[in-house]
Design a protein around this ligand. Structure first.
Ligand SMILES: CC(C)(COP(=O)(O)OP(=O)(O)OC[C@H]1O[C@@H](n2cnc3c(N)ncnc32)[C@H](O)[C@@H]1OP(=O)(O)O)[C@@H](O)C(=O)NCCC(=O)NCCSC(=O)C[C@](C)(O)C(=O)O
Ligand SMILES: [Mg+2]
Length: 350
């Protein structure tokens, strides 16, 4: 049950900042994960931050239990000491059913609440989880005098969460976006994969037998295990002005398959993906920035239809109001990326 429409955009606690009416759309091609309790990673944060759109200090899975508090305190120090410039600074806190969640929020909002942009919440099951976090964040923002509202990013990584994805997207004006969490989701659904994202060689469709040669080999084509979930997530996010992301690709050495998985997500509407290792940053940058020839084509269509209506032929293809809108999506994204990334600005000729 949502609050009444009249109350939806009111602060939930006296003294908490006004909720945002619109989620800011910023270049968000990669969310780069680091473990703040790992000194080798922590020392690289200032340099990597200059090369990515989003830096995320991870406190949840992949941080050993005996380093949970070190990771939290390490992130507080990084948040206080590192100048992130115009790179977004996010965290993934521990899940709502863990013993660390409460202290994660109290420490982070209390110490670096004005530096953090987005709090990623793992294992979100339904709107009730978002309502709880929303109210608690408002309490902490009011208590610590935080000026801008912290946004929430939910990871879709349980069967129940996927079943409730629309309610989750609508649960709060803080909802900045969502990411697919293919590893936990696979376990929650009792899928039989043991990978973090990507395809599986046994998930295939086979061609029919050739009646003239029934013994001939029948080629198969591998299918995308994540297509259904990705499509549900993209629709849930786009319908409320939130941003969908592909999550992690765990086979760090397989750069080709990583690029394919990221590109599928890009084409389906995602704005970015996670980079777990420095070698995935360039892949995400390449994939989630429109290609120069697509941008040139989009420019041509938009220039041929200045008011975005009617029907014209360009290179044998019909263009109308709807293709104009598709081209605007590509062009707007290219302009957004060019505003941050000189390399792409030059590539697009803006
Ligand atoms: C995969 C690992 C173990 C390979 O780490 P490695 O040390 O074996 O790799 P390397 O190639 O030897 O590393 C080269 C250098 O890069 C550094 N390095 C390496 N990675 C990073 C990084 N991310 N950021 C900054 N620096 C990094 C590393 O420390 C090393 O530094 P050095 O040259 O000084 O020795 C390592 O990259 C890593 O721990 N990455 C992050 C893993 C992570 O955050 N996992 C959780 C997200 S996925 C997830 O949670 C699932 C989900 C959504 O919940 C669900 O589907 O359910
Ligand atoms: Mg997970």
């Amino acid at each position: 049950m949502l609050r009444s429409p009249r109350d939806f955009f009111k602060p939930k606690v006296v003294g908490a900042p006004e909720p945002l009416r619109e989620i800011p759309v910023l270049p968000s091609r990669m969310i780069h994960f680091f473990d703040p309790s790992n000194p080798k990673m922590a020392v690289k944060v200032p340099d990597i931050a200059k090369t990515v759109d989003i830096m995320l200090g991870n406190l949840e899975d992949a941080v050993p239990i005996d380093r949970k508090e070190a990771a939290r305190e390490g992130l507080v120090q990084i948040g206080k000491n590192v100048d992130f410039g115009n790179t977004q600074f996010w965290t993934r806190v521990n899940s709502l059913d863990s013993p660390w969640f409460l202290d994660d929020l109290i420490r982070l909002v209390g110490e670096i609440g004005d530096k953090l942009d987005v709090i990623m919440l793992p294992k979100i099951q339904g709107a009730w989880d978002i309502h709880f976090a929303d109210q608690l964040l408002a309490q902490l923002e009011a208590k610590y005098g935080v000026k801008k509202p912290l946004m929430i990013h939910a990871i879709l990584e349980t069967a129940l969460g996927v079943a409730n994805v629309d309610e989750i997207a609508n649960a709060s004006p803080r909802m900045q976006g969502m990411s697919l969490g293919p590893a936990d989701l696979a376990a929650s659904r009792r899928m039989k994969t043991t990978r973090v994202g990507g395809g599986h060689p046994d998930y295939v469709v086979r061609t029919d037998p050739d009646p003239a040669n029934p013994e001939a080999p029948r080629p198969t084509a591998q299918q995308d295990l994540w297509h259904y979930t990705m499509a549900k997530m993209v629709d849930a996010c786009a319908s409320v002005g939130a941003l969908p992301f592909y999550g992690p690709f765990g086979d760090i050495a397989d750069l080709t398959a990583c690029e394919d998985q990221f590109r599928n997500a890009y084409l389906m509407g995602c704005v970015g993906a996670w980079s777990l290792h420095p070698n995935q940053i360039a892949i995400a940058k390449r994939v989630f920035s429109p290609k120069a020839d697509e941008v040139a084509w989009a420019k041509r269509v938009v220039e041929a239809m200045p008011d975005g209506s009617g029907a014209v032929m360009i290179d044998g293809k019909m263009q109308d109001d709807a293709t104009w809108k598709q081209c605007k999506v590509v062009l707007n994204l290219a302009q957004l990326i060019a505003s941050r990334d000189a390399e792409y600005k030059a590539l697009y000729g803006f």
